[in-house]
Design a protein. Structure first.
Ligand code: LFR
Length: 478
């Protein structure tokens, strides 16, 4: 058996998965090995990651994969952006990392922005200021907490933290750090200016590595515990969005935008350089790093989160709606009774989402959706409309003509959303792959260990998965 077997460990908003990628020299096949809950833990009003339980589940997944498929070459972890944990000076994890939907930043944002106004944050880092960013979280943690400042040895972004737990080696991988609000836009190195202004010591940042770097091996004790042989740890494109974008089988790259469709919708384009202008700031775009060091110009749109929260609410009331039922229900209507702005702050925190949608419609003097079908249709059409506006802004910012939109991620299983996006944007939608983050994670690993050229990793995806096209059903009204 001369196939290459690699594990992608992908942590998403409600679950984590250990996915096996099997590459036979031509195509890639993915197998889900282990799926586990990833539920943040609330403790007296604060929201935390359940790190130790997640690490336990990851080990279970590795052991299971090893039993089923034999020796595996390497693994890499990807997670959502912005969250991190602290190590003390002896290298022990200090406490369970906070989750970005925790609320502690609100109390500190004014004093932080006095030192570093939002516009300057953007000019220095290319990152759109947002309370969830690492820079706001870190400032809140350290602000006035002299004990903590003295105790912290290193700060590790979540994928780096899991890689550290496996290997004992601490690095700062660039794609995940590029979501922090702490890197210099032009160089992707630590922004000394940001750290100086906020009085945060740069010594707590580990050595930087680019996406696709071999870090080391799974610690021998963990190998023995799991009964596995040596396994390489790779810092991949460890921000899940960087991995998702690495999985796009571009048809016409220069004329293509992407929508990575999950809990968040990330609408953007790959560019050679960061786009840091007044216009990109005002539109609300951010700049992040891709595997291969290109730039990702994108906007965060509060995505299927709104639907997921509705679903949670209905399930709690004893009326769960399956994914396919949602699509079917929304398809019974010809059009949405109202339109919401998915990025309105009212939709960003957990809660009674159907009620908030109704309140929003009352406030904006629109017909109020009552049935599940109406609510789902409002969400999907509103998402499609905000995608369309963002695509127009992208064209203006990059002075390009976007002809194709690649949609990737779990959200593309919602065929109605794909079709509504084709209709709203008036463009061809090329949908796939759905397992974008896990597949991107694997192809970057293949490049990291030298199995494919760094320029050819997308070809593997194109050979292995056939996307589905959606064409606009109606002419776009402007
Ligand atoms: C998507 C994502 C986005 C990031 C958001 C919060 O999963 O990683 O790219 O802005 O989550 O970290």
């Amino acid at each position: 058996d001369d196939t290459i077997k690699l594990l992608a460990i992908d942590l998403g908003a409600s679950s984590g998965r250990v996915m096996l990628g099997i590459y036979d020299g031509d195509t890639l096949r993915m197998e889900e090995i282990h799926r586990f809950a990833n539920i943040p833990v609330q403790i007296r009003g604060q929201l935390y990651w359940d790190v130790l339980k997640l690490f336990h589940e990851m080990k279970q997944g590795i052991q299971k994969a090893h039993r089923m498929f034999g020796q595996l070459q390497a693994l890499s972890v990807d997670t959502w952006g912005v969250d991190y944990g602290f190590l003390d000076k002896q290298g022990q994890l200090l406490y369970s990392p906070h989750h970005y939907r925790d609320q502690r930043m609100a109390a500190n944002s004014t004093s932080m922005e006095a030192l570093l106004p939002p516009r300057e944050q953007f000019a220095l880092t290319g990152n759109q200021p947002s309370l969830i960013n690492t820079v706001y979280q870190l400032y809140s943690d350290l602000q006035g907490n002299v004990d903590l400042i003295q105790t912290v040895g290193k700060i590790l972004m979540m994928p780096d933290l899991f890689h550290y737990l496996f290997s004992g080696i601490a690095v700062a991988e660039q794609t995940i750090w590029s979501t922090s609000g702490l890197l210099d836009a032009a160089s992707s190195e630590i922004s000394e200016e940001v750290f100086n202004r906020l009085g945060i010591p740069t010594a707590i940042i580990p050595e930087g590595v680019s996406a696709g770097t071999v870090i080391g091996l799974v610690d021998p004790e963990i190998q023995a515990e799991l009964g596995i042989g040596p396994m390489t740890i790779i810092a991949g494109a460890s921000h899940d969005t960087a991995s998702a974008v690495a999985s796009i089988p571009y048809i016409r790259k220069g004329e293509a935008a992407f929508i990575s469709c999950g809990t968040w919708s990330l609408v953007g384009m790959e560019t050679l350089e960061p786009v840091v202008t007044d216009q990109s700031y005002e539109y609300g775009f951010t700049n992040e790093r891709c595997f291969g060091s290109t730039n990702r110009l994108l906007k965060n749109i509060t995505g299927l989160w709104i639907l997921q929260e509705c679903d949670r609410n209905w399930a709690e009331a004893g009326e769960p709606v399956s994914y396919s039922e949602m699509v079917q229900l929304a398809g019974t209507l010809a059009q949405a009774p109202a339109i919401i702005d998915p990025n309105d702050p009212i939709f960003s925190t957990p809660g009674n989402m159907p009620q908030r949608i109704r309140e929003y419609c009352v406030k904006t003097v629109q017909p109020v959706p009552h049935t599940k079908a109406e609510i789902i249709r409002v969400i999907l059409e509103s998402l499609a409309l905000s995608y369309s506006q963002t695509i127009d802004e992208l064209e203006a910012l990059t002075e390009t003509t976007i002809r194709t939109i690649h949609m990737v991620g779990g959200g593309i299983q919602n065929e109605l959303l794909c079709q509504l996006t084709a209709n709203a944007t008036g463009r061809e939608i090329v949908a796939g792959p759905a397992e974008a983050s896990a597949i991107g994670n694997i192809v970057v690993q293949l490049a990291a260990i030298g199995i494919v050229e760094a320029s050819a990793f997308r070809d593997i995806v194109a050979r292995s998965y056939t996307p589905v096209s959606y064409h606009p059903a109606i002419v776009k009204h402007s």
